[in-house]
Design a protein around this ligand. Structure first.
Ligand code: UD1
Ligand code: CA
Length: 457
């Protein structure tokens, strides 16, 4: 369990333009396994129980705010974007002094673990430093800011790679971009920032040197976790982080008792839940707000989004399910297509090349072959013959088809809606049903077979 951190606020930087994504979509809105990048960071902060979270937005601020409207966070607009120090200035100005400790991090680090933030906070609070920076050693430190230390191993300053001397460039300990600050210090130090660097920006990193020049204690925490702060600046990094998140999700399900025949080709999005003893074959996509019960089978190439699947459901190869509900012990597919608002009740069967939309199949009903059921209510234990079509659309409006329990619809029937088939009624194969069929009757609506003698006399 996580202890709440009621006196700590967080500032999340998400205003940058991120040109290198080459996208019309704001970087932090790019989805990673069904969740926008920024949601990972905000969810992690929320799990930590921080008192307040401020998100600095600028580039495409409206879209970002709209997407996170239901999050308990405050937005601060940074316009124009004059650097990370400027971004934190905006947030600090909007924050009263109620929170003595502030965590600062970026919105593009979805792999950052709450535990790492907690360790950093712990270190910061016990050391009594005014600023604590999370660092890591990289074999190839690239464009990251370098951690410059004094002879006692204390952080002196952070130098951006583009501003660094050759000696500084050779330092392998880098700034992850995750920090803790005493808020009172931070607010003051931000006022001392000057854009005297290669980019002409206000660098947050310069508050470290500001602390040292005033003989205030600065700390750093070296993490061994090289991936967790991995930021995303390009789609190459987006793909790499997505692969890692996907692997983490799959491992969570494996450890919880779900069999993934081949985790490398299994795509389960972040918010999906799956019960134990469910078996998932390769190339399945389980997306959005989907829950799958226990003991289910997902054969290859199944795609499920925003749906609730019960227990012991068999979903055969190639089945597609969206925004639907499937009860216990249902059998679907191969190649069934459940479109939105399909509601398949206990032990019903939806077979190959059957499409449903806004349709209830009550318990034990069967539509096993080549059928379209749209805007329909199909009673318990009804048998829908092969090739049955609900003709629910006249080009303008949609109409309802109701089939009573126990009815039997012969193959290749067209049910021209609105129409009701009574309980226990029979419909002869090949019928075009345009009028209601009373319960326990037989309706046949097709041309009678004629036999003509065509032998030459
Ligand atoms: C920053 C650090 C660097 C560190 C690296 C870790 C500075 C000056 N440098 O560099 O030491 O190694 O992070 O990833 O801080 N942002 C704003 N407003 C702005 C500018 C940026 O909100 O005006 C946001 C961006 O959206 C991004 C984050 O701040 O989420 C980092 O900005 P970026 O320009 O990518 O900094 P780096 O060059 O990566
Ligand atoms: Ca960055």
């Amino acid at each position: 369990m996580t202890d709440p951190l009621p006196e700590v606020a967080a500032i999340v930087l998400a205003a940058g333009k991120s040109t290198r994504m080459k996208s019309n979509l704001a970087k932090v809105l790019h989805p990673i396994m069904g969740k926008p990048m920024l949601a990972y960071v905000l969810d992690t902060l929320q799990e930590l129980g921080l008192a307040k979270v401020m998100v600095v937005v600028g580039h495409q601020a409206e879209a970002v705010q709209a997407r996170f409207a239901d999050y308990a966070v405050d937005f601060v607009i940074q316009e124009p974007q004059l650097g990370t120090g400027h971004a934190v200035q905006m947030a600090a100005a909007a924050m009263d002094g109620r929170f003595p400790t502030v965590v600062v991090l970026c919105g593009d680090v979805p792999l950052l673990a709450g535990e790492t933030i907690r360790q950093l906070l712990q270190h910061h609070l016990t050391s009594g430093a005014v600023a604590t920076v999370l660092t890591v050693e990289l074999p190839e430190p690239g464009s990251y800011g370098r951690i410059v230390k004094d002879e006692r191993g204390q952080v002196l300053k952070i130098v951006e790679a583009r501003d660094a001397s050759p000696a500084e460039l050779s330092i392998r300990e880098i700034n992850t971009g995750v920090y803790c600050f005493q808020f009172a210090f931070l607010k003051e130090a931000l006022q001392t920032l000057r854009p005297d660097n290669d980019q002409g920006e206000l660098y947050l990193t310069d508050v470290i040197a500001a602390a040292r020049s005033r003989h205030l204690p600065v700390a750093s925490l070296l993490t061994t976790d090289q991936e967790s702060f991995q930021g995303i600046n390009t789609r190459v990094e987006l793909a790499a982080v997505t692969a890692r998140v996907r692997q983490q999700i799959n491992e969570r399900h494996l450890l919880a008792g779900v069999t993934l025949i081949d985790p490398h080709t299994t795509y389960i999005e972040a918010d999906v839940t799956i019960g134990p003893d469910t078996i998932v074959y390769p190339n399945c996509y389980v997306q959005g707000q989907t829950s799958i019960g226990e003991g289910c089978l997902l054969e290859p190439n199944v795609k499920i989004s925003d749906s609730r699947i019960g227990n012991r459901v068999t979903i055969k190869m190639g089945t597609v399910i969206a925004e639907s509900r499937v009860a216990d012990e249902v059998q679907l597919g191969p190649y069934a297509h459940l479109r939105p608002l399909s509601d398949i009740r206990e032990k019903a069967k939806v077979g190959n090349f059957v499409e449903t939309k806004k349709t209830v199949l009550h318990a034990g009903a069967k539509a096993n072959h080549l059928t379209y059921l749209g805007d329909a209510e199909v009673g318990a234990n009804v048998n829908v013959g092969a090739g049955t079509i609900t003709c629910n659309y006249d080009g303008k409006h949609k109409y309802q088809t109701t089939i009573g329990p126990g009815a039997f619809i012969g193959s290749n029937t067209a049910l021209v809606a609105p129409v009701t088939i009574g309980a226990g009624a029979y419909v002869g194969a090949g019928s075009v049903i345009t009028e209601d069929v009373p319960p326990h009757t037989l309706a046949i609506a097709r041309g009678r077979q004629v036999i003509k003698d065509i032998k030459k006399k």
